[in-house]
Design a protein. Structure first.
Length: 151
C-alpha cells in the first residue's frame, strides 16, 4: 500500500503541474477528447470501487477507499481544460453546447470538485463513504444529464 500511496503522490504532483497548461498541449481536437475521456474513465473506475463498498457488494476497506477517494479527488481537476470549442465531434459524447453557457458549465465543474474534495475524509467510515459517494455521484450525474450523450 505504501508504494501505491507514494505513487499516487508522485502522480498528483505531475498532474497538478500539467493541469493548467493542458489546453495548449492539444495539437488536435481528438487528443483533447481522448484526454478528458481518459480522466473520466479513471474517475469512473474508482467511483465504482467506492460505490461497490457503499452498496455492500465488496467488504468495506478504509485503506482501499482512501486510495480511490484520493484518485477521484485528484482526477476531478484534470478534464476541464480538455473541452476546447469544437471538441464535440468524433468520439466525443457531448450533448448540448457547454460553450454557450460557460458559467453554467464551470459551476457544474466546481460542484463536482467540491464534492470530490470531501471524499478522502469521508471514506474513513462506511457511513461517511455511503453519504459522500452519493453526493459525489449526484454531482457527476448533474453534468451528465445536461451535457453527456449516451451512445
Amino acid at each position: 500500500m505504501k508504494m501505491t500511496l507514494s505513487g499516487a503522490a508522485a502522480l498528483t504532483a505531475v498532474c497538478l503541474a500539467w493541469a493548467q497548461p493542458v489546453a495548449a498541449q492539444f495539437a488536435k481536437v481528438d487528443d483533447a477528447i481522448k484526454y478528458r475521456q481518459s480522466a473520466f474513465t479513471v474517475m469512473n473506475i474508482h467511483m465504482g470501487r467506492l460505490g461497490a463498498m457503499a452498496r455492500g457488494d465488496v467488504p468495506f476497506d478504509a485503506a482501499a477507499a482512501q486510495a480511490s477517494a484520493k484518485v477521484v479527488e485528484l482526477v476531478s481537476h484534470l478534464p476541464w481544460d480538455a473541452f476546447p470549442a469544437g471538441s464535440n465531434t468524433g468520439a466525443a459524447k457531448i450533448k448540448g453546447d457547454p460553450w454557450k453557457d460557460p458559467a453554467g458549465f464551470a459551476k457544474l465543474q466546481e460542484d463536482l470538485k467540491a464534492q470530490t474534495a470531501k471524499l478522502p475524509a469521508a471514506v474513513a467510515t462506511l457511513d461517511g463513504l455511503k453519504g459522500q459517494v452519493g453526493a459525489t455521484g449526484r454531482a457527476c450525474r448533474a453534468c451528465h444529464e445536461q451535457y453527456r450523450e449516451v451512445r
